[in-house]
Design a protein around this ligand. Structure first.
Ligand SMILES: *Cc1c(COP(=O)(O)O)cnc(C)c1O
Length: 364
């Protein structure tokens, strides 16, 4: 029998989360963001759940090839554009739309030989200071692109730095609007957080939204709001089983570094999941987990292949009992990936993307 750990991808939940994002920004087209191998889920594994999107946004040419191999003939957008000139050949061949965020990418396009002009998304740096043309240089870039025979339609995009936080998006929306007001072309501004929080507000609505994390069932602004608040469902479950039980007496310690000491008799379960499976070592005593769908806590340090859990709230649990690290338990109980992520001082994105290669993945 293989080690009992397993991840499950929930097709229906992907479908419902996508529908939820459509509802957040009515009458707007939706890019299914499938970069980073669909946030660790696997592009091929989310395909059935997300094929209802209007297009797919990603970074790697290799991922674009995989989406085309699945039979998708609709829009694919390279969110960072091309990295070198010959990437444009693949864009021509696979009909990929690509972001243009710097002069070097315009230079490459100007040299590119193609029969079919490309659809491009000109990106403005409206304050994030990662990719994009500064506002005062944006129109010059647009004019340069517009003059190229290699370019077909020019769409406009920007990305928010604080859509999930107190600062919000108004300052960036204002900059973007100010510069692009009289330019033609489709627009895309919002990620998950901006779509959920501001999706129905006029200037943000645009033509396309680009939700990633919400589609994968994690709340972009956790802990301020959780997935239940936003009407989202987990799309990835990481589950395992108890492989041993220990009975502690007061003074007994648990695991490496003896970081936990029992102050009363305590039954604990040893589970087949460790940091080599992608469960963060930064999760310490108290991190929530489900045993047989009942909420309890982690105890002691996460080691490479194992960690222990408190069995006090589940006296009937024992060898072979189901343990859910994140996602949905067999009894329907839910523990969002946001909870262990917060305990580890990080975000749900990182945990899902870091699911280890050795964990078998099932699609349901
Ligand atoms: C990753 C990414 C998104 C999706 O962001 P989420 O926070 O996961 O919704 C949108 N736009 C760009 C440019 C991205 O890189």
């Amino acid at each position: 029998m293989p080690r009992p750990i397993q991840a499950t991808i929930h097709t229906e939940s992907l479908r419902r989360n996508l529908a939820r994002m459509r509802q957040a920004a009515p009458d707007v087209k939706v890019w299914g963001v499938v970069k980073a191998n669909a946030y660790g889920h696997g592009i091929e594994r989310v395909w059935e759940g997300l094929r209802g999107a209007d297009g797919f946004a990603l970074l790697d040419l290799n991922e674009a090839e995989r989406v085309r191999a699945l039979g998708w003939r609709g829009p694919i957008l390279l969110l960072e554009g091309v990295f070198e000139a010959r990437d444009l050949e693949l864009c021509s061949r696979l009909n990929l739309w690509h972001a243009v965020h710097c002069d070097e990418q315009i230079d490459m396009l100007a040299m590119h030989k193609t029969h079919q002009p490309h659809r491009v998304f000109l990106k403005m740096n409206s304050g994030m200071n990662r990719l994009g043309f500064a506002p005062q240089r944006f129109r010059a870039a647009w004019t340069r692109l517009d003059a190229l025979p290699q370019v077909d339609e020019i769409s406009l995009m920007t990305h928010f730095s604080d859509a999930d936080g107190d600062r919000g998006i108004a300052h960036q929306v204002e900059v973007f609007e100010d510069i692009t007001r009289d330019l033609p072309g489709e627009r895309t501004l919002s990620n998950s957080a901006a779509s959920l929080r501001f999706g129905t507000q006029a200037p943000v609505r645009a033509d396309w939204i680009r939700p990633g994390i919400a589609v994968y069932g994690s709340a972009p602004d956790f802990p301020q709001h959780d997935i239940a608040h936003w009407g989202l469902e987990p799309t990835m479950t990481l589950a395992t089983r108890i492989i041993a039980v220990q009975h502690l007496v007061p003074g007994d310690t648990v695991g490496y570094g003896s970081s936990f000491t029992a102050d009363a008799p305590l039954r604990i379960g040893v589970i087949a999941c460790g940091y080599a499976d992608g469960y963060p070592r930064h999760c310490t005593t108290g991190t929530p987990v489900l045993v047989e769908g009942v909420r309890t806590r982690l105890i002691g340090r996460v080691s490479m292949d194992m960690v222990t859990v408190d069995l006090t709230p589940v006296p009937n649990a024992g060898f072979g009992s189901e343990v859910t690290l994140w996602g949905r338990a067999s009894n329907g109980a839910v523990i969002s990936v946001d909870e262990p992520a917060q305990a580890a001082g990080t975000v749900g994105y990182e945990l899902m993307c870091a699911l280890a290669q050795r964990v078998p993945v099932l699609v349901d």
